[in-house]
Design a binder for this molecule. Structure first.
Ligand code: SF4
Length: 243
């Protein structure tokens, strides 16, 4: 596979202004170039907002059925064990319709990387309340705020924390420090897969200004000040201390 252009000149023009997907996609492109794995990286993307990446990434890419990115990535890894395989999706695909797939791939310690963009709403379909929406969060389907007595909020990182997997981290797509840390997390996840260590997941907290009904600047602030309270950033598992 030949790159049509360096991944580092990736454009995020198809996403809404201020969306974190473009930032995450660029980080993945930069990491792939720096690690020299452009020819080996196979990405599996979901049908939601992340599907735009099929036009931007020049990696071999498969678009999976909604929420089925993880089992598709597992299948690719089985038939092409020399490939570096990454499932890339939003929190709706990873933690709602695809939650069982995510959990069971982690339980099996499948040797794939999963990158999840958590923006706390269902983005593509219009900003409905998601399992990741914060208690009290106003969304298209919870205009008075998510009622925590009726609807729970899930942190997949908490669920996976005690599993025997290779790497687990959460970053934020906000600010230079947040971006640098997120990039380092993606690099470590790929390195673990290349070492055959097993399942890696990086969750990236991301602004969705369109469905948060905020300006791009305010949405970033919201991610940095509010989302991180419920979803702390950091590294939670790093088997063997891979740096
Ligand atoms: S709806 Fe949200 S997640 Fe989707 S492209 Fe727009 S800002 Fe990004």
């Amino acid at each position: 596979m030949k790159l049509k252009r360096p991944a580092s000149v990736f454009s995020s023009a198809g996403f809404c202004p201020g969306c974190g997907h473009g930032l995450a996609a660029r980080l993945i492109g930069e990491v792939s170039e720096e690690m020299g794995i452009n020819e080996k990286l196979v990405t599996v993307i979901d049908v939601a907002c992340c599907s735009f990446n099929i036009d931007y990434w020049n990696f071999d890419t498969i678009m999976a059925a909604h929420g089925r990115d993880v089992p598709t990535a597992v299948g690719v890894k089985h038939i092409r064990p020399d490939s570096i395989v990454m499932a890339y999706m939003g929190d709706g695909a990873a933690y709602a319709i695809g939650m069982a797939e995510t959990i069971h791939a982690a339980l099996r310690n499948d040797n794939i990387c999963v990158v999840v963009i958590n923006n706390s709403v269902f983005g593509m379909t219009g900003g409905q309340m998601a399992p990741t929406s914060l208690p009290g969060q106003k969304t298209a389907t919870s205009p008075n705020g998510k009622d925590p007595k009726r609807y729970g909020t899930i942190s997949a990182v908490e669920l996976l924390k005690n599993m025997d997997i290779a790497y687990l981290a959460r970053g934020e797509l906000v600010g230079v420090a947040g971006m640098n840390k997120s990039k380092s997390m993606i690099r470590k996840a790929f390195a673990h897969q290349m070492a055959g260590d097993g399942f890696s997941m990086v969750e990236l907290l991301s602004p969705c200004p369109t469905n948060l009904n905020m300006t791009p600047g305010k949405a970033k602030e919201y991610v940095h000040t509010e989302l991180t309270k419920f979803y702390p950033v950091g590294e939670f598992i790093n088997k063997g201390g891979n740096d």
